[in-house]
Design a protein around this ligand. Sequence first.
Ligand code: HAH
Length: 339
Amino acid sequence: MNRDTDQARALKELFEDDFLIGAAVNPRTIGTQENLLTRHFNCITAENEMKFINVHPEEDRYTFGDADRLADFARKHGMKMRGHTLVWHNQTSDWLFRSKSGELVDKATLFSRLKAHIDTVVKRYKNDIYAWDVVNEAIADEGESRLRSSLWTEIAGTEFIAEAFRYAHEADPNALLFYNDYNESHPHKRDKIVALLRSLLEQGVPIHGVGLQAHWNLYDPGLDDIRAAIEKYASLGLRLQLTELDLSLFRFDDRRTDLTSPPAELLELQAERYEAIFRLLQEYRASIDSVTFWGAADDYTWLDDFPVRGRKNWPFLFDERHQQKPAFHRIAGAFAAAD
Ligand code: HAH
C-alpha cells in the first residue's frame, strides 16, 4: 500500500461513488488550509458566516462580505456549498424578536421578519448553495417536551419550523431543505426528531432531508445507535447528510486540558473508529448524500474551546500540519481496496 502523502488518493475520490466530502470553513481557513481543502474536499459549509447574526445584524442592514468570500471560494474551486443556517436559537440577532421598545413582538411580526430574512439570504446564494440547514437544533435534549424552549417557541409555538421551510422553498424551489441537529443518534432525542420530521411530512411541509451533525467522540455514540438512527431517519423517505462530523478524543465532560499533543493510543482508537464509521456510512450510501466535517485539519477546531475552554482537541483526519493521520491511512487502506 502506498502511504506517500502526495500519491495517496484524495478523500473525495475514495468516496466519489458514495457521497460528497465536505468541510466547514471560515475566511481564515480558506487561506491557511487552501491546499488541503481543494485537494480532499468537494463541498464547503460556512462555519459562522451565514448565521443570522453575521448576515443580518440590524433590520435594515445585511452584511454579506464574509459569506460572499466563502461562496466565491467554492465557485472558484468548483466545490459545492451547503447553507448553514436560517433558524436557530443561538447566534441570532436580538432585534428579530423585539420591538423598538424591547418587548417581544407578536407572531405575525416575527414571521414577516423571518420571511424577509430567508428570502434575501436564500435568493442571494441560489446559484451557489444546493442545500440549506433551514432549522438548526430545535429539539430539546432532555425531558419529554419535544421542542427546546427559546424565543422562537415563546413567540410562535411550534409553527415557526414549518413556516421557515415554506419561506425557504418559495425563495429557491431548487434548494434541498434540511432539518439539522446534534445528539441525533441518542435514542431519546432521535425519537423526538423523528416525530417532528414525521409531522412536517404529514403537513406537506417542503423538507427534503435530515442533517446529522455527528459531533461524536471516541466512545459515544455506539455504532449500533448510529446505525439505528440512520435506519429510522431513512425510513421516513428523507435524504441524510452528515453535516458537522468530528471525532473528539475526549468524553464530553472530560476536564483535562494538559495535553499539547495527541497520545498515540488515542490516535489509534480514533483510526479504528473512523474506519468503522465510514464502513457503516458506505453501507447506507443509498440514503446518505454527503459527509461534511466541522473543519478540515487539527490546527483549527471549535472543539479547542467547546465544551471545555482551552482543551486542545485533534478530531480530524489531518493533523496540525495538514499531514495525514493514522485515521486517514486506515480509511485510505480500507476503501482503496474496493475499486
Ligand atoms: C453546532 N452545535 C452548530 O450547529 C454549529 O453552527 C456551531 O458552529 C458548532 C456546533 C453543536 C452543539 C453541540 O454539539 C452541543 C451543544 C450545543 C451545540
